[in-house]
Design a binder for this molecule. Structure first.
Ligand code: A3P
Length: 320
């Protein structure tokens, strides 16, 4: 089996080496595959997901653009789905595990250089994915499984990504990437799983075409009214909060458990090392605020990103 896996991944690497490429944000290259830019370490896994992953009707895919609120969404979905299994917030797995351990990433962890045995995962299988909608395997559409997408304002996403990539660069002893250089790359679409706008638009359109299967959330709206969105999440996943649960304050408890303040102060997220990533879990928690980009971007940069966003989303009814 190992030999078979090795030859499958070797073939993906050969295909990758024929694709257009750009310098990446840290030591990797970005490769253009089916209209999107992928870091070299993850593209073979993306191809493996496309060819090998068989979605089940009961699967719940947490699809996100990088730095748009993946960690938060994973925590919320895990807490909502498993609320009967773990009634006490004090002994909750989120206190000892990072959300990325509880909801593993398909292309970046499970299919990283191997073909996993996914049938052993408990149902519903909660799976993280950064791949764009148009690159998902056909079984995701055919199975009718649920896909939850979270998006975020591109200015805050960019600034969050720049900080994150510089943490990776520090880890591999590289000097920080100048903000201006990263900005140009982001604007031309050359960022992990970018272009940012195409990624968001594809899921937006899918959420309009197949609302029972694709839920589109916005980070800013969730921050402003978390209770409404936690209820929406539960309704969408077919596990609505009962009136008794409402009365007991369960929605508020989930929000508290998954809040930036709570998660970022837990030992596992302060000092835990990440076996599947280049940086430790701490790197997934920075400020968790809306609008922090104004502290980093010049007026010209803000105007450029706003214009680009308007242009890209023109006629789509999506605003970010
Ligand atoms: P900032 O860098 O703006 O602080 P992702 O999880 O997709 O990698 O996104 C990371 C961003 O989400 C970071 O944004 C991080 O601080 C923020 N974040 C992490 N956990 C959060 C939580 N529980 N609530 C709100 N934001 C959170």
């Amino acid at each position: 089996r190992e030999k078979e896996e090795e030859s499958i991944y070797k073939r993906y690497e050969e295909i990758m080496s024929t694709l257009p490429r750009e310098k990446g944000w840290w030591t990797e290259h970005l490769y253009l595959h089916q209209g999107f830019w992928y870091p070299s370490i993850y593209l073979p896994g993306v191809m493996a997901v496309q060819n090998q992953y068989q979605a089940h009707f009961s699967d719940i895919l947490l699809a996100t653009g990088p730095k748009c609120g993946t960690t938060w969404l994973k925590a919320l979905v895990f807490a909502v789905v498993n609320r009967k299994l773990y009634p006490s917030a004090q002994q909750h797995p989120l206190h000892s595990f990072n959300p990325h351990q509880l909801v593993p990433r398909l292309e970046q962890t499970l299919y990283l250089n191997k073909i996993p045995e996914l049938d052993i995962l408990p149902s519903p299988r909660l799976l993280g994915i950064h791949m764009p909608y148009s690159s998902l395997p056909q079984s995701v559409l055919d199975s009718g499984c649920r896909v939850i997408y979270i998006c975020r304002n591109p200015k805050d996403t960019f600034v969050s990504m720049w900080h994150f990539m510089n943490k990776i660069r520090a880890k591999v002893s590289k000097a920080p990437l100048p903000l201006e250089e990263a900005f140009e790359m982001f604007c031309k679409g050359a960022s992990s799983f970018g272009p940012f706008w195409d990624h968001a638009l594809e899921y937006w359109k899918a959420s309009l075409d197949r609302p029972q299967c694709v839920l589109f959330l916005k980070y800013e709206e969730m921050k402003a009214e978390p209770a409404i969105h936690v209820k929406r999440l539960a309704d969408f996943m077919g596990c609505s909060f009962s009136s008794d649960e409402h009365k007991e304050g369960l929605v508020e408890e989930v929000i508290r458990l998954c809040s930036f303040e709570n998660l970022s102060n837990l030992d596992v997220n302060k000092t835990g090392s990440n076996p599947h990533g280049v940086v430790d879990f701490q790197a997934f928690f920075r400020k968790g605020k809306v609008g922090d980009s104004t502290n980093y971007l010049t007026t010209t940069m803000i105007e450029k990103l706003d214009r680009l966003t308007q242009h890209k989303f023109h006629g789509s009814s999506l605003t970010l």
